[in-house]
Design a protein around this ligand. Sequence first.
Ligand code: ATP
Ligand code: MG
Length: 230
Amino acid sequence: MENSGKPVIQTRSLTKKYRLGQEIVVAVNEVNLTIPRGKFVCIMGVSGSGKSTLLHLLAGLDRPTKGEVDFEGYNLSAMSENQMAAFRRKYMGFIFQTYNLIPALSALENVALPLLFAGVPQKERDKRARELLVQLGLGDRLKNRPSQLSGGQQQRVAIARALINHPRVVFADEPTGNLDSHTSKEVMELLTRLVYERGHTLVMVTHDPNVASYADFVFHMRDGQILNGG
Ligand SMILES: Nc1ncnc2c1ncn2[C@@H]1O[C@H](COP(=O)(O)OP(=O)(O)OP(=O)(O)O)[C@@H](O)[C@H]1O
Ligand SMILES: [Mg+2]
């Protein structure tokens, strides 16, 4: 599975169409995209250009109408839902605009949760979650529930949760969309530093040029198509 020279994700003629009554919306249109390993790639475009749809296809959260996603040599279309879910847990991490933390769990428990699914013993789970939260500057907030944290703190917990299991690819959809510009900068600096140190590939959707300025590559999307290199 490991092959450092090969791109981590490649798509071929990736297409997603939605039917709305009589109308067909082509949300993603014949996209041929290569995501290089260990890099930070941004997908930019105006609202409705197909960014989230494309991200969902790359992560196997949605099935294409046509075309394929090759993820580390695996054809995502060929997997069953159960295989896909297990594959996603092992190889992918997710960061969302709205954090999506579990309200009843503490910061530490939220971050440790993916390790529980991976069968890691409790002591090891807590140790790893604590270490990562300390790295993210949240060492004094381990026991807080999400409602007892600021937006920026919640997003840092969500980042720790996405990275805890050493995923090959971290997907993020507008991760700073709910944050003010100062907090957004802080979160981006922490995220990019961790991603480089730990060797993840980061695929991020944004319409914020400040966020995109941290990326190694920026793909521009319009009307379901990648305008440069796609
Ligand atoms: N489930 C759906 N059914 C029908 N049309 C959809 C569906 N999901 C998305 N679309 C349409 O597909 C197009 C792309 O949507 P998408 O959510 O990917 O855009 P986006 O670039 O992420 O926009 P935003 O920046 O607002 O999040 C839009 O025209 C949208 O209306
Ligand atoms: Mg979107």
